[in-house]
Design a protein around this ligand. Structure first.
Ligand code: FMN
Length: 178
């Protein structure tokens, strides 16, 4: 797949082939690609928890399902929790001086790297920002000083590739001035 094909092929997959497990090697390849993502001051403020144990995985999925959202997570063959680690000094100082949460930007980029590589390997993913973080942290033994900005569900896609729903190109840019 070339780059354009890959970004068209990646979508938020919310239906998985539950009879097909995700190979550990493929998950490791996704993390290896994610590792190469850029980050402010090269802080790399992330850690991935691959939730493999069935009980932990289904509980993690369950903690994402509420108010009619994310019921599909319980059936995800694999779930990866992205932990926000402490950034290095320069990234932290830069964030304060600029009033920007660089670490959150970093985690978005690293998550997307993961998802693109997953698609490259034939896998489907969905980034999950709606979940009970407190319960998930307790379940996975994440220290209280850390955050989990995102979960990523992973599995072999069972649904169709959809048309992308996006704003018109002309609505998202201007030249020279706002
Ligand atoms: C930060 C973030 C959080 C998201 N959280 C959820 C979520 O909790 N549940 C869900 O089903 N999709 C979630 N998504 C997926 C978006 O709904 C999806 O990316 C968007 O609708 C565009 O569709 P596409 O990914 O299929 O191109 C999230 C995406 C991002 C980037």
């Amino acid at each position: 797949m070339n780059f354009d094909e890959l970004i068209m092929e990646r979508q938020s997959d919310r239906r998985y082939d539950t009879s097909r497990a995700v190979e550990d090697e493929k998950l490791m390849e996704c993390i290896a690609s994610a590792r190469l993502a850029p980050s402010a001051c090269n802080a790399q403020p992330w850690k991935f928890i691959v939730v493999k144990n069935d009980e932990l995985r289904t509980k993690t999925g369950d903690y994402a399902a509420s108010m009619g959202m994310n019921r599909f997570c319980i059936d995800a063959p694999a779930i990866v929790a992205l932990v926000l680690e402490k950034p290095n000094f320069t990234s932290k100082v830069g964030s304060v001086l600029q009033g920007k949460e660089y670490t959150l930007i970093d985690t978005g980029i690293v998550a997307y790297h993961f998802c693109l590589k997953a698609r490259d390997l034939g896998l489907g993913t969905c980034m999950i920002g709606w979940f009970n973080e407190k319960k998930t942290k307790a379940l996975l033994g994440v220290p209280s000083s850390r955050r989990i900005p995102l979960l990523i569900t992973v599995g072999y896609r069972a649904g169709e590739l959809r048309e992308k729903t996006r704003k018109k190109l002309s609505d998202i840019y201007s030249i020279d001035k706002y």
